[in-house]
Design a protein around this ligand. Structure first.
Ligand SMILES: CC(=O)SCCNC(=O)CCNC(=O)[C@H](O)C(C)(C)COP(=O)(O)OP(=O)(O)OC[C@H]1O[C@@H](n2cnc3c(N)ncnc32)[C@H](O)[C@@H]1OP(=O)(O)O
Ligand SMILES: O=C([O-])CC(=O)C(=O)O
Length: 374
């Protein structure tokens, strides 16, 4: 073994600058373009936050109206995307369906390889507008329901929920969903964003980078955890079973989904805001049992390990209460994070350097084939 210092998982390695967001584990804070995410969640819509991530500043009234028009005019499902979804087996995971659908949107775009800032911005808005139709339709076809067309008189979240459930839910539900979209939108150099930046660094196109980001987000150590949290809740069943379940899971050295974080070691800055949104849903749907289980598992974990919940812990139960099927939760994360990914793709391109780290070889020493007589 050489004495080269290896940074397994790139832990603690700073690889570039970013002006998109700042994650500060010391102060448990998260800023999008300088604004605390809690302030954005309380005062802005997800559309305004998307605009902020892409443009660097919040829109004024005229800019927001133009942005709404652009986004709302592109909400429909392309015919060949719908046909492709219909051809995929119901056994396919919704993340695989979404990854395939985004790939087709890219192939439909004659300007897919045009990498100017203007072209990439319009691609980003297209994906923001079209991903909800894919996710909503996929959940509906799994339930044997027909497609619900988008409405251009509704905001992003109300339209998303209407396309999924065939009706606009209460303001409480729309706000909780919108808050989740804002909180999931951006988180610096997380694994999926870094993946998107790596793909972009080769001068590949934006759609390819987003498809790669979807692949990275799917894993349960990253975005797949919001789905996995609900599987854990279903496995535990009721609050009184949480202690015994956790003891067994920890004995088996299982990772407890929805807990822990690579950067935050003392709590995830987004959890209090998402937990408050979950509380409004618990009240709305009179779901005290779910809240009791949520609290019981968190308390049980606290008593055993200094590992705190991450954003996926309150988001999973929130999406369950809103009515999404469990396997749709990570696609909801994509619908939001596509804003952060594309902001990073544009930032990477503006100051590109091929991302290509080194490795330390520890395989067999040099050896040679025996001389073969032909
Ligand atoms: C939106 C997001 O993507 S947030 C992350 C979502 N992912 C999850 O919720 C999955 C569960 N959590 C985890 O697997 C981890 O906490 C990660 C992958 C998120 C971060 O992990 P890392 O920073 O690499 O820390 P690492 O996995 O090395 O953990 C350090 C120690 O804490 C333990 N640990 C960390 N998270 C957990 C957990 N959720 N459950 C049990 N133990 C844990 C590890 O077993 C390890 O213990 P050890 O030192 O005794 O071996
Ligand atoms: O930052 C990370 O490593 C994971 C995360 O919380 C996110 O992507 O939102």
């Amino acid at each position: 073994m050489s004495d080269t210092e290896i940074h397994k998982g790139l832990a603690g390695v700073v690889v570039d600058y970013t002006a998109v967001s700042k994650v500060n584990p010391e102060t448990n804070s998260l800023l999008y373009r300088g604004y605390p995410v809690q302030e954005l969640a309380a005062n802005c819509t997800f559309e305004e936050v998307a605009y902020l991530l892409w443009h660097g500043d919040l829109p004024d009234a005229a800019q927001l109206a133009a942005f709404h028009e652009l986004e709302r005019s592109q909400r429909g499902l392309d015919a060949n995307v719908r046909r492709a979804i219909d051809d995929l087996p119901l056994a396919a995971h919704p993340m695989d369906v979404l990854r395939t659908a985004v790939s087709i949107i890219g192939a439909n775009d004659p300007d897919a390889s045009v990498a100017t800032p203007e072209s990439n911005l319009s691609k980003s808005i297209r994906l923001l507008a079209k991903i909800p139709a894919i996710v909503a339709y996929d959940q509906r076809r799994r339930r044997g329901q027909d497609l619900v067309a988008p409405r251009d008189d509704l905001g992003y979240s109300a339209n998303f929920l209407n396309m999924t459930f065939g009706e606009v839910p209460s303001d409480v539900v729309v706000k909780a969903f919108d808050v989740s979209m804002i909180l999931y939108a951006e988180h610096s150099f997380n694994a999926s964003t870094f993946t998107a930046r790596v793909v972009t660094s080769t001068l590949s196109d934006l759609y390819s980078a987003v498809v790669a980001g979807i692949g990275a987000l799917k894993g349960p150590l990253h975005g797949g955890a919001n789905e996995a949290v609900m599987h854990v809740f279903d496995e535990i069943g009721t609050a009184d079973a949480a202690d015994a379940w956790l003891d067994e899971a920890l004995t088996e050295k299982r990772k407890i989904m929805g807990f822990g974080h690579r950067v935050y070691k003392n709590g995830d800055s987004r959890v209090p805001t998402m937990k408050a949104a979950l509380d409004t849903l618990v009240e709305e749907f009179d779901a005290q049992d779910l809240l009791a289980l949520y609290d019981a598992l968190e308390t049980a974990m606290e008593a055993r390990k200094p590992i705190k919940p991450n954003l996926d812990y309150p988001s999973g139960p929130a999406y369950r209460l809103i009515g999404y099927d469990t396997e749709m939760f990570t696609p909801l994360f994509v619908a939001s994070r596509v804003t952060g990914w594309t902001a990073h793709i544009m930032e990477q391109l503006a100051s590109n350097s091929l991302i290509r780290p080194l490795s330390e070889y520890d395989g067999p020493a040099e050896r040679h084939l025996p001389v073969r007589s032909l």
